[in-house]
Write a protein that binds this ligand. Sequence first.
Ligand code: PLP
Length: 310
Amino acid sequence: MMTMEDRDGFIWMDGKWVDWREAKVHVLTHTLHYGMGAFEGVRAYETSDGPAIFKLEKHTERLFNSARILGMDIPFDADTLNQAQREVVIKNNLNSAYIRPMCFYGSEGMGLRADNLKVHVMIAAWEWGSYLGEDNMKNGIRIRTSSYIRHFAHPSLSGAKMNGNYINSMMALKEAQDHGFDEALMLDVDGFVSEGSGENIFVIKDEVIYTPHLTSALPGITRDTIFTLAKSLEYKIVEKKISCDDIYTADEAFFTGTAAEVTPIRDLDGKQIGIGSRGLITAKLQSLYFDCVHGRNDEYLHWIENGRCS
Ligand SMILES: *Cc1c(COP(=O)(O)O)cnc(C)c1O
C-alpha cells in the first residue's frame, strides 16, 4: 500500500529540501501531543503556462495570521514561504498539486509550560484530485446536521486554521459518514449554520446567495473568491444568520474550500434541496471558479500570477 510516508520526492523543512522518506520528527514533538500548530491547504492547478498556485499570497498571509493568533513566531518571511511553495510543486514534478504548509513546535521541551520551543515549518505537495469525488461535483453531496458544535469565535480560536481545532471537525465528519452521509453540517453555539468540517457553506434562495457571518466559520479564501465571482455575475450576496430550515427550503446550496472547491449539496438530513442535484447558479459559479484557477479567465489572472511555479 502506498502511504503518505513512502513516496519519492522532496519536502521543504526549515529552509532545506529533505528527501520525502527522511522528513521525520521525534515522537516527543510538542504539537503531536497538544495540537498547537497552524497549517494551510493550498492548491496549484495546471494552466497553459505550467502549474500555478491559486491565491498563494492569501494563503501565506492566513498562515501568518493563524500563527499570530497562537502566538507562534514563524522564523521565515512570507517571500521565503511563497518561493518554497512554488518550488515544492516543481521539485516533485507535479502539474497540479495540493500543498500543505504547517508550522509546529518541535521536541525542544515537553509539557504545557515548555518555553524553549522552536517553531518549525514544513511544506509538502502531492497530486490530489477532487476532494469529494468527481461524481459529487456534478450531482452534489448529501450532508447531515452534526451533533458537534463549531468552536465559538473567541475562546477556541475559530479564525485560525490550527491543528487542534480539527479534532472537532473530524468527529463531525466521522459521525456524518457513519450515518451514510458525505459531509457534516456544523452549527454554532446558538444553533445557526456555521460551516462543514472543512468547507464554508452558501445557500441560494430566489436568486440571492446567502452565507453565514464569520463569527464561528473559518475565513475561507474560496469563500472570498465566491463573493467576487457572484458579484461579477450580478448576483446579490448577503451574510446572514442561516437556520437548517433555510437550507431545507433553499433552491440550491454548495460548499466551498480549497480542497472541496465548489461542491454542490443535494440534500440535508435526507431532505432534498431544490432539484436534488447541482443547481443552475451553483453550476455557473463552479464553472467560473474552475476557469479562474486554471488561468482561463483574463479578468482574474492576478489571482495566479504570483503563484506561477515555472
Ligand atoms: C480550510 C477551511 C475552510 C476553507 O477555507 P479555504 O481558504 O477556502 O480553503 C473552511 N472551513 C474550515 C474549517 C477550514 O479548515
